[in-house]
Design a protein around this ligand. Structure first.
Ligand code: SF4
Length: 790
């Protein structure tokens, strides 16, 4: 078996040298890149051949790729590189890398077509001006062959090592046994479903309650599927750090149970957590770990691979290797994604606008399987990835301290901002079309700031850079604006008082400052290509009902399978009551307090222990806690506060011990409503005084309207009003309720109670969204004597 490598990957391995240099050379977006390539091809003659597939062998290596174009009339092969900013500022080592790619393509074409010589063209295409800068050189086929073979030789030893690793990995995975003596109830069904969808190359949504061992139940079958499905990599993507930790623990257990399995497991962490020099910029003139990065990378790469064979390349292990070889740990981790079998990281790495793992998958044609942990978070996370906001106040603050070279363009942008809202009288306005003139001014500002930053690589203008990145993201989201998103303008009149006189003078039209928002509502069009790029994907969570809500909003393929894993818990373990005479609607909240407090006290008197009480807001929480404490001063209470820091959150949770008793008050959807584990008597009940519905406000109402229009535009006009309401309010709300209630029963030994305190919980459409294993009793609460007398 030969080792296959893409032209791009081969050149990145063999032809990169010198410093890591991430100065301001912002890469065009994928769409811009594709559009640039298409435009260049459209300018060529009729005989021009685009996207020429090429392949060639050298010893045990097969090198593949697609050259951008070949013109047989002029015998010229072209590689097109799109860019922004100043071409002269491009680092030499990057230009060398581009030439390396063209030369490899050149030899592959000469060989395929029996050419004795060829013209090679490196064409730089400026996204902003659409101008081409071609560089053309003539090569003999013999010279190109020599170059090709030399590059292959440089890679061969590593490739052979990789082949050995892959064979050993797959052989060990074929024999892999489950790491525990047996499957937990439900775990086998989950594992089988994951294995089956990986074998069919499909997507899966798996709803499975806590406690069945979802992480191992999904990781194990995918590892088993790796050799038979010829998977290159497995990506485990989590919404939060604890999810990553669970995955790393499960993988460590797998490796322990099968010592011959040298699985390379890599953890990706955010740049701000991995950076060793947060006060520096990522280039050799600023950061010592960027200086000579590519020269020291080969040794660091070897050491990292060795380290990964023995344990996981987690944050600590990577840092050790990186510092031992004086290279940046963050960028070493990015490099190691290519040489790892399993990558554990945040959703961002695969689903974000410029997600690294997704681009690598596409560019290197990897065959990957994706696991999405706690997938109920994906809608909100997806929306935030594809939304953008631009603040005029931020622009004015940046302008105040900006260098002269960019000041006039910022002035112009500020005037364009004013034009957008000068006739607006409402505080908040939804606008159907994006402001074209504003976007032109924004693009000009981006171009000027790019040029400035490229020309001044060592200057540190943190505020200008922060605004610049916001502007770039806004411009990108504007390019893909459609029925999946909305555009709105929020005025901030009160900001006027704080603006320095210079900035005040800049304001023409007197409308105050504004924030422009592009809000993504349905991330499906952005996420769908991510799912289809993977060989298979499995999304799992305790709350993925109703499945259609998730498949439609996330853009999962129609063939996506669904499994609702039978819960190992029984209705005897959890008493669930829906209280029919309590209303937590906004206008009824004050009247609801006594009844809710009374019910909580009665339950507590009946079974003293630790409880969580959930409300919809901090105001409601404070009122309820106050009401409860007044009437029942002997019962211990503690409460979540706004902006609670990590230490505060720890203190809150530490009050739930096996011996303690009391009631913790928290906000639904907050830090204590999911992702916390309080088994046994650490938590024996939850009072949920809210349906969790998002607040009815102008933004959410517009989201509902847009949601209806979006589904109509997708050909699904049936019952669109109900559907839009459910998708905007009901389903997200109930998902939070079920997550919060899920804190009570964590093991098959746990018992407890859940009170759903609102009459709407007795409705059939709401009950249908609750876990199938619950048996919900409808009750009416009577005010206790103590509550009446207080
Ligand atoms: S250590 Fe920090 S500043 Fe240096 S290259 Fe790495 S991420 Fe950039």
């Amino acid at each position: 078996m030969n080792y296959c490598v893409s032209v791009r990957a081969l050149c990145e391995f063999t032809a990169k040298h010198g410093d890591l240099d991430l100065r301001f050379t912002p890469a065009p977006s994928a769409q811009e890149g594709m559009a640039g390539h298409a435009l260049v091809a459209s300018r060529r003659d009729a005989n021009y051949q685009s996207e020429v597939g090429l392949e060639g062998d050298y010893k045990t290596l097969t090198v593949r790729g697609r050259a951008d174009g070949y013109d047989p009339d002029s015998n010229q092969l072209e590689e097109v590189k799109t860019y922004r900013g100043d071409l002269h500022a491009m680092a030499d080592n990057k230009r060398d890398l581009h030439w390396a790619q063209v030369k490899i393509y050149g030899w592959l074409l000469c060989k395929a077509r029996g050419l004795t010589d060829i013209n090679l063209g490196l064409v730089y295409f400026d996204i902003a001006s659409t101008q081409e800068t071609p560089m053309v050189e003539h090569f003999s086929s013999a010279a190109l062959r020599e170059y090709f073979e030399h590059q292959c030789e440089l890679f061969l030893a590593w490739a052979e090592r990789e082949l050995v690793h892959r064979r050993a990995r797959d052989a060990a995975l074929l024999k892999l046994a489950f790491a525990h003596p047996s499957f937990r109830p439900g775990q086998r069904a989950l594992a089988e479903a994951v294995y089956k969808t990986a074998s069919n190359g499909k997507c899966l949504m798996a709803q499975a309650t806590t406690g069945i061992g979802k992480t191992m139940g999904t990781v194990f079958p995918l590892l088993k599927a790796m050799p038979t499905q010829r998977l290159d990599k497995l990506f485990f993507l989590a919404a939060k750090t604890p999810g990553r930790k669970l995955a790393l623990d499960a993988l460590a257990l797998v490796k322990q149970s099968t010592p011959e399995l040298r699985l390379r497991v890599l953890e990706l962490v955010a740049r701000d957590k991995a950076c060793e020099h947060p006060d520096k910029a990522c280039h050799g003139d600023s950061c010592p770990l960027a200086k000579g990065f590519y020269d020291r990378l080969p040794q660091a790469r070897y050491a990292a691979v060795e380290s990964a064979s023995h344990g996981a390349l987690d944050k600590t292990a990577l840092r050790d290797v990186a510092l031992a070889h004086r290279v940046c740990p963050y960028y070493l981790a990015q490099e190691m994604a290519t040489w790892s079998d399993v990558v554990v990281g945040d959703y961002n790495y695969y689903f974000d606008t410029s997600a690294m793992l997704h681009s690598m998958t596409v560019n290197y044609q990897w065959r990957v399987s994706v696991l999405v942990d706690e997938a109920h978070n994906m809608i909100e996370r997806g929306r935030s990835m594809y939304s953008a906001a631009l603040s005029q106040r931020q622009l004015q603050a940046v302008h105040a301290a900006s260098p002269k070279a960019v000041r006039s363009v910022l002035d112009r942008l500020n005037r364009a901002f004013n034009d957008v809202h000068k006739t607006q009288v409402e505080d908040y306005l939804v606008v159907q079309e994006l402001p074209v003139d504003f976007l032109k001014a924004l693009q000009q500002a981006i171009t000027t700031i790019t040029d400035f930053l490229v020309a001044n690589p060592t200057r540190v203008d943190a505020d200008l850079q922060a605004f610049y990145f916001e502007a770039l993201h806004f411009a990108r989201m504007a390019e893909s604006f459609g029925s999946h998103s909305m555009f709105d303008i929020t005025l901030h009149d009160d900001d006027l008082a704080d603006i320095a006189p210079l900035q005040s003078a800049l304001l023409q039209g007197g409308g105050g400052c504004a924030t422009l928002n592009i809000r993504n509502i349905v991330p499906a069009p952005f996420l769908n290509p991510r799912f289809t790029a993977a060989h298979s994907a499995a999304l799992f969570s305790a709350t993925l009902s109703p499945p259609r809500f998730y498949t439609e909003t996330l853009g999962l393929p129609q063939s996506t399978a669904w499994i609702d894993v039978a819960s190992p818990f029984t209705s005897e373990q959890l008493y669930v009551a829906a209280v029919r005479n309590v209303s937590t609607r906004y206008n009824d909240r004050d009247q609801s307090l006594s009844l809710i407090a009374s019910l909580m006290a009665q339950q507590y008197d009946k079974t003293p222990g630790n409880y969580l009480a959930f409300t919809s807001s901090y105001d409601y929480l404070q009122k309820l806690e106050q009401c409860f404490a007044q009437r029942h001063p002997l019962i211990t209470t503690w409460a979540q506060t706004r902006q609670m820091d990590e230490a505060g959150r720890e203190r809150f949770l530490h009050r739930f011990t096996s011996e303690s008793q009391g009631i913790g008050f928290a906000v639904l959807g907050g830090a204590f409503a999911e992702g916390i584990d309080l088994p046994g008597t650490r938590l024996i009940g939850a009072f949920i005084a809210t349906l969790g519905l998002p607040q009815v406000n102008a933004v959410n109402e517009e989201i509902k309207t847009r949601m209806a229009a979006y589904f109509e535009s997708q050909g699904d006009g049936a019952a669109k009003a109900d559907k839009a309401y459910n998708y905007t309010y009901l389903y997200p709300g109930l998902q939070k309720v079920v997550q919060a209630a899920g804190r009570v029963i964590r093991t098959q030994e746990d018992t407890g109670v859940v009170y759903l305190m609102d009459d709407r919980f007795t409705r059939t459409e709401v009950q249908n969204l609750l876990p199938a294993w619950w048996r919900v009793e409808h009750i009416s609460q009577v005010l206790s004597k103590k509550s009446e007398n207080t």
